[in-house]
Design a protein around this ligand. Structure first.
Ligand SMILES: [Zn+2]
Ligand SMILES: [Zn+2]
Length: 489
């Protein structure tokens, strides 16, 4: 249940007028002051809603040359609200929508149309509900489109208002607008005589997924799915996008402690500055990739294979002499950077067709270039997760990179392999990360038989059961040029 403010009105007035400072308030009073300020904000917003309704009445039913907002130089009530309050367009629309849902309207015939949502209007006027909460309730219930009875809609409105104010028996706190939106939909599903079937059918009919060639290169992805389809996709993405932050400890007890410089500052900073949206797309591609490798339907026993054609010289770092030398995707004929072809060559189901000078395909089957299952197991046992500093992507999400590229004669053996997640693997081939030889740890064996029998047995040093790591991944640039919002969540 909301408190209508317990702090002395004078104290809050002084705070608003900058005559007092929040720094002087003890913790408990600061929270009460925020409650009080929020209550005032709701009261002011409710007054703005009533003013907006009046402005709309003086604009909508008058000829254009007498319309209040037009005479004031605005195209609509929303534009006027946006300019005067300084809010986003969506917020101005929200104010206008709540104003028309909670005020009496004048019909074209001249009569009065009663308030559509009187309970919401009352709670808003008394400062119990905020405008976004009122909007969640009214816009949610508006979707019944006349299919439910007026009494049922009233009952639903009463329930939602009580939940929004925090007065419902089950509530601890007033429900936030997001909760009210979900609850309003649930109410409609309940009171609609047809149930939720028609709305679901519409969602189902509207579903689509489209890839369209973008004018700036690459593809735009657009789509629509049903609630349950989104749930499945989101659950799958969550696991990919938010990797568990775990501290790995191997058999010999070594943990992934950050490496410190002479002043004790960590040298290897986490170097994943992808936005949540970028991570989501990477996750989508990774999921499709894994499916293609493991369980996609086979055509004549063959996994779906994408072919990249590239000249051997170009892959080895020589400039391309003809257009055909560039790495080319077989399906679309689009060219891709050499670094990307090189990444696929390391560890992917993608078939790389390397051609010699005469354009004849060289015998470079995927079998020899890819790490075998047992090699990969050994690399996983040693590396345990993506080796990029700060990245803990587990082995299942990682590709195996050839430290000395396979096209440069690097062997497909365990010592030449390193685990990297798809994102860091790409960054490495693009030159944003480098791999250097890690200093080899020296292992000293303690004496097996203590000479003094009175000495209590000490914990014996154990040999690591896995091979020591030979490689260390570091950022190639001291400070990377950030073009994206850093991920700090
Ligand atoms: Zn690689
Ligand atoms: Zn990584």
């Amino acid at each position: 249940m909301r408190d209508q403010g317990q702090v002395e009105t004078g104290v809050v007035d002084a705070l608003i007028a900058l005559e007092a400072s929040f720094a002087s308030l003890p913790d408990a009073e600061l929270l009460v002051a925020i409650d009080e300020l929020a209550a005032r904000r709701r009261a002011i917003d409710a007054a703005i809603v009533r003013a907006a309704a009046e402005a709309a009445a003086r604009s909508d039913h008058r000829p254009a040359d007498e319309s209040l907002v037009r005479c004031a130089g605005y195209g609509s009530v929303e534009r006027m609200l946006q300019a005067k309050i300084g809010v986003r367009w969506s917020e101005a629309k929200q104010l206008r929508a709540v104003a028309s849902a909670t005020s009496e309207m004048v019909a074209i015939s001249g009569g009065t149309i009663p308030i559509r949502y009187p309970e919401v209007a009352a709670a808003l006027a008394q400062g119990w509900l905020s405008v976004p909460q009122a909007h969640a309730i009214t816009s949610g219930l508006d979707k019944h489109h006349g299919r439910a009875s007026a009494e049922d809609v009233e009952d639903a409105e009463r329930l939602l208002v009580s939940v929004g104010c925090g007065t419902h028996v089950d509530d601890v706190e007033p429900a936030v607008p997001e909760t009210l939106t979900v609850l309003a939909k649930r109410c409609l599903d309940h009171i609609d005589p047809d149930g939720d079937e028609p709305r679901y059918e519409q969602q189902l009919a509207d579903r689509y997924l489209a890839f369209t060639r973008s004018s700036r290169g690459g593809y735009d992805i657009r789509g629509h799915c049903t609630d349950d389809q989104q749930e499945v996709i989101a659950a799958c993405f969550d696991a990919e996008v938010k990797p568990r932050r775990v501290v790995f400890e191997d058999a010999c007890g070594a943990t992934d402690e950050p490496v410190l410089d002479a002043d004790g500052n960590p040298i290897e900073q986490p170097i994943d500055d992808r936005t949540m949206e970028q991570r989501r797309l990477d996750a989508f591609v990774a999921i499709v990739n894994r499916h293609a490798e493991a369980s996609a339907p086979r055509i004549c026993g063959e996994a779906p294979t994408l072919t990249i054609t590239v000249a051997a010289d170009v892959l080895a770092g020589q400039p391309a002499t003809t257009l055909e030398d560039l790495p080319t995707l077989s399906r679309t004929g689009e060219t891709v950077p050499v670094s990307i072809a090189a990444r696929y060559l390391c560890d992917s189901f993608v078939q790389i067709l390397v051609q010699d000078d005469a354009g004849q395909p060289l015998r470079m089957g995927r079998k020899r270039r890819l790490f075998s299952k047992s090699q990969r197991r050994a690399i996983v046992a040693r590396d345990r997760h993506c080796r990029a500093p700060g990245c803990t992507a587990p082995p299942g999400w990682c590709e195996t990179h050839h430290v000395t590229p396979w096209s440069y004669g690097g062997d497909t053996d365990v010592d030449n392999g390193i685990l990297l997640c798809q994102h860091h693997h790409t960054e490495l081939h693009r030159g944003a990360l480098t791999i250097t030889r890690a200093p080899q740890p020296t292992i000293t064996e303690p004496a097996d038989h203590p000479t003094d029998p009175s000495t209590p047995p000490t914990t014996r040093g154990r040999r690591p059961r896995t091979r020591p790591r030979r490689w260390r991944v570091t950022s190639a640039y001291p400070r990377r040029h950030r073009t994206r919002t850093p991920l700090r969540r």
